[in-house]
Every structure is written in C-alpha cells, then in structure tokens.
Ligand binder design. Structure first.
Ligand SMILES: Cc1cc2nc3c(=O)[nH]c(=O)nc-3n(C[C@H](O)[C@H](O)[C@H](O)COP(=O)(O)OP(=O)(O)OC[C@H]3O[C@@H](n4cnc5c(N)ncnc54)[C@H](O)[C@@H]3O)c2cc1C
Length: 390
C-alpha cells in the first residue's frame, strides 16, 4: 500500500479496511494452532511488515510512512478486532520512538531504514526485572563502561519477543543508585544487537504463560555493547523511556478497544442465534444487558483513546488521558470478554469458538505494560494532587 501523505481521517479509514483484508488471510484456525503450539505468528508478522504497517510511525526520510499516532492505533485496533493478536509485533511501533527522539543521526540512519524495511526487527524491550518489578528505578542490571564498550551484567524478565527480534532496547544502570543526585538519574538506554550478544554472553529462556505471548527471561553475562549504541546521554535513560510511554499506552488501549469490539460482536451474534427455551438467549435481559453495558463502556473508553491520541499528535501533554485511556480500555475489553464467555455458556470454554483464547489474551492488559493500580496512582498523584503512595 502506498502510504505517501497518508494522514487524513479518510486515509485512516482506508487503512482500517486494508488491515481487515490482510487479517482475513489469517483465519481463526491459524491463531488456534499457534496458541495450541505456543508458536510465533511468523507469516502474519511478515505480512504486516511487507505491507508497511509496522513502520507507519517511522518518518518518511528513514523509510517509514510517517503517519500520525491515530494511524498506528487504527492498525492495532483492527488486528485485535479481527480476532488476531498484535502482541507478536506491536512493540516495534512504540519502542523505536526512543531511538527516533533521543538517538543521534548516525544511529537513526543505521537502524531505522532497516527496521522500516523489515531487514531488522526491533521487538524486544528490556525494562522489567525479577526483583524490582514495577519499581523500575530499582533495577539491577548494570552496564559498566570499559573504553569503547559497555559490559552488561544482570537479568531481565518478561522480555517479550526476544527470540524473534534482532535488536533490544535495553534499560540498564550505569551509575549506582546511591551515587546519583536525582532518583531518576543513573539509568541508560542502549540498542543491543541481540544477534551478536547471543554469541557473547546473552541467554534467552522462554516463559510459558497462560496465553501465547513469546515472552522470556534474558540473562546478561559480560555482554559487550559498543558505546556507540548508547542512546542519548549516559545516565539520562529513564526519561527517554518515560517519553515513549504515552504512545505505548494509547496504542495498547487501541488494541483493547479492538478486543472489546470482537467480544461484543461475537457475543451479540451468538445471542441472536442460540435458541434455548424456544427463544434466542439474547431476548433475555440477563444476557443482553451485560453485552450492552460492555458496549457503552467500550465506547466511552474509545473516546478517551481518541482524545489522548489527538493531544499526543498536537504535541500537548497527554499523560492524564493516555493513562486513563489505557486503564478504561483494558477494563472495557475485560468486561466484554466476561460478557462474551457468559453468553456462550459452555461453548465459551471450547477452543473452537476462540472466546477462551481471546479471553486469556486480553486479561494481560490490566497488568502489562503497566498495571491499572499504577495508573490510579498516577491519576491520584499527578492529576488530583494526592500524596505519592509509593
Ligand atoms: C506477558 C507479559 C509480557 C510482558 N512484556 C514485557 C516486555 O516486553 N518488556 C518489559 O520490560 N516488561 C514486560 N512485562 C512486564 C510488565 O510490564 C510487568 O509485569 C508489570 O509492569 C508489573 O510488574 P511485576 O510483574 O513485577 O509486578 P509487581 O511490581 O511485583 O506488582 C505486583 C502487583 O502489585 C501491584 N503493585 C506494586 N506496587 C504497587 C503500589 N505501589 N501501589 C499499588 N499497587 C502496587 C502491581 O500493580 C501488581 O498488580 C510483561 C509482563 C507480562 C506478564
């Protein structure tokens, strides 16, 4: 598809249409088989890459299509709405923002065109660690400078797609916590070439989870990262990661809206068709009200997603809206998932209906990439001025 100068609302509507068509090539049976085998959707990710959808946010001068965030959100929403799962590749859209905003020109020229063409995959995002969890500033992975390289030691957990990525955006400590003046200082961001690292001290171990998510633990044992792959200034990496989080929240929220739409449509169709006691189950208010309620919540969350995206695109502060959009959309998708299972009765648990698979997949978004509790803490502290709770 030619994305040149795509950015109007009609263009975005056209993209939705094209993504829907692409997803039709990957029917439910494709996703069921992958889920059963806990396998990576290579063909689907290749198709998205070749169609240019994973590089929509990369500016045209670096080989992408330079779309606004709403375009990327539309792509992810449509993937989920089609019953597919964008988690296999969604991170590429927002991780590269750190490189784009804080990388130097040489780094951008080295990596972005190759990411845009699909020659390099930037899918792995190494932030979370087993001991620090949500408390990112307490992470323990250390990068120590020795001449032209940094030597990295430590461990990451929940590094999704690490086995299917060439590059990782890594957050590591370069100055001990006790020696920094500001609590957010001392962490640095690197682009790690995993192809080289795997031959030099990096080990990746898959974690089996309740849904097919290709997530892993990554161990660093004296991994050498060239100093030229440090993004921005040493010790200032935490704000770089934070600066990408609004985009991440909005895009994940859009996925949740897509999930909610899938569940609502699936539940409504089944409720119209399934006849028990001589009438469609959807005639019972006990069945139709939860679906209608989920729909109302989804629409409200959708407005917040659009508002957050609009502020983001205008370069305005959207922290409040992006966080609330993520929380509300994740709750709406879960409400819709719950209504969908209940509507299907026993068949909600049968693999061939896909409801149980999507139910497992959408549950994640109340926990990751940020849990709803931490969003509430953000709103309480930064919007309502309540005391910081942690
Ligand atoms: C499938 C999956 C994929 C993931 N992919 C990635 C990835 O690619 N890269 C990456 O870096 N991370 C990834 N994550 C990690 C994810 O971001 C974290 O799981 C999440 O941020 C929560 O951290 P934790 O699991 O350590 O929970 P913890 O920090 O241990 O928290 C446990 C619970 O306590 C709550 N809690 C903790 N502190 C507070 C507080 N002060 N106030 C209120 N509640 C609190 C949390 O909200 C949570 O509900 C992934 C996680 C999963 C499950």
């Amino acid at each position: 598809m030619d994305f040149t100068s795509i950015n109007t609302d009609e263009d975005i509507a056209q993209i939705r249409d094209s993504v829907r068509k692409l997803c039709e090539r990957f029917p439910a049976e494709y996703w069921r088989k992958l889920d059963r085998e806990m396998a990576y959707p290579r063909e689907f990710v290749t198709a998205l890459t070749e169609a240019g959808y994973l590089s929509v946010l990369i500016p045209e001068e670096y080989g992408g299509s330079g779309m606004r965030l709403s375009g990327a959100a539309a792509v992810l929403e449509e993937i989920q709405r089609a019953g597919a799962n964008g988690a296999a590749c969604h991170a590429q859209m927002y991780i590269m923002g750190a490189l784009l905003r804080h990388g130097n020109e040489a780094q951008k020229r080295k990596y972005l065109p190759q990411i845009a063409s699909g020659a390099l995959r930037l899918q792995a995002f190494g932030v979370t660690e087993p001991t620090s969890g949500t408390d990112t500033l307490s992470l323990k992975t250390v990068a120590r400078r020795e001449g032209d390289v940094y030597i990295v030691n430590g461990q990451k957990v929940w590094t999704s797609r690490a086995e299917y990525s060439d590059l990782m955006l890594l957050l590591a400590r370069t100055t001990p916590k006790e020696q920094v003046q500001k609590r957010t200082d001392g962490l640095s961001v690197f682009i790690v070439d995993m192809r080289e690292s795997k031959a030099g001290g990096m080990t990746i171990k898959p974690i089996r989870t309740m849904m097919n998510h290709s997530t892993t633990e990554v161990f660093f044992d004296n991994v050498r990262v060239p100093a030229e792959d440090l993004i921005g200034e040493e010790g200032k990496g935490f704000p770089y990661i934070l600066s990408g989080m609004n985009a991440e929240r909005i895009l994940i929220a859009a996925e949740c809206i897509g999930d909610a739409k899938w569940f609502i449509e699936k539940a409504s169709n089944y409720a119209k068709e399934r006849v028990v006691f001589g009438r469609p189950i959807g005639q019972n208010q006990g069945i139709q009200f939860p679906i209608a309620k989920a729909y109302a919540h989804m629409r409200a969350a959708e407005l917040m997603v659009h508002r957050a995206a609009q502020l983001f695109e205008n370069g305005e502060d959207c922290g409040e809206e992006a966080n609330m959009a993520k929380m509300l959309a994740a709750e709406a998708s879960w409400m819709a998932a719950e209504a969908c299972v209940q509507t299907h009765g026993g068949f909600g648990f049968a693999e061939e209906y896909d409801v149980e698979r999507k139910f497992r997949e959408t549950r994640l978004y109340q926990v990751a990439p940020i849990s709803s509790n931490l969003i509430l803490s953000y709103v309480a502290e930064h919007v309502l001025g309540l005391p910081r709770s942690y």
